[in-house]
Design a protein around this ligand. Structure first.
Ligand SMILES: [Zn+2]
Length: 143
């Protein structure tokens, strides 16, 4: 369906997520430019982040591809950071995005001037290819 920009990062220096049988498809889809959430096959509940069971009824979640768009639900500005790979991006915005499909998703907006960010602002996802099988979603103002 919708595929978003994937930026290569041959020198990825940040921590990588640990792939397991619950989250592997999420990170691999992100590597291909697709943002997934889960939808329960029993009650229809939608959730992020990936879990083995539905948080509402314990049913089995299936993957649902999102449009990769939402609005800023809330955010904060990180101004101090000791880890070099993150320190180079200071100051940067950490946000909770409300997806068009409903769930809230946590993310970062490196390179976006914090003074230009506001609650309710439309944003879109893009990805950084952190490893052969792992993409990291990031957010930026919607075009
Ligand atoms: Zn459910």
């Amino acid at each position: 369906m919708t595929s978003h920009e994937v930026i290569d990062a041959p020198e990825w220096a940040k921590p990588l997520p640990q792939l397991d049988n619950v989250n592997e498809e999420y990170w691999k889809a992100a590597r291909d430019g697709r943002l997934l959430i889960q939808e329960c096959t029993k009650c229809g509940n939608r959730q992020w982040y990936p879990r083995a069971l539905c948080t509402q009824c314990g049913g089995e979640p299936q993957w649902l591809e999102t449009a990769g768009r939402g609005t800023i639900h809330t955010y904060t500005v990180v101004r101090q950071q000791g880890i070099p790979a993150f320190k180079a991006e200071l100051p940067y915005v950490i946000t909770m995005v409300e997806l068009e499909e409903g769930p809230l998703i946590f993310g970062s907006m490196p390179g976006v001037d914090p003074d230009t960010v506001s609650i309710g602002m439309p944003v879109e996802v893009y990805f950084v290819a952190a490893a052969e099988d792992t993409g990291i979603p990031y957010w930026r103002p919607a075009t």
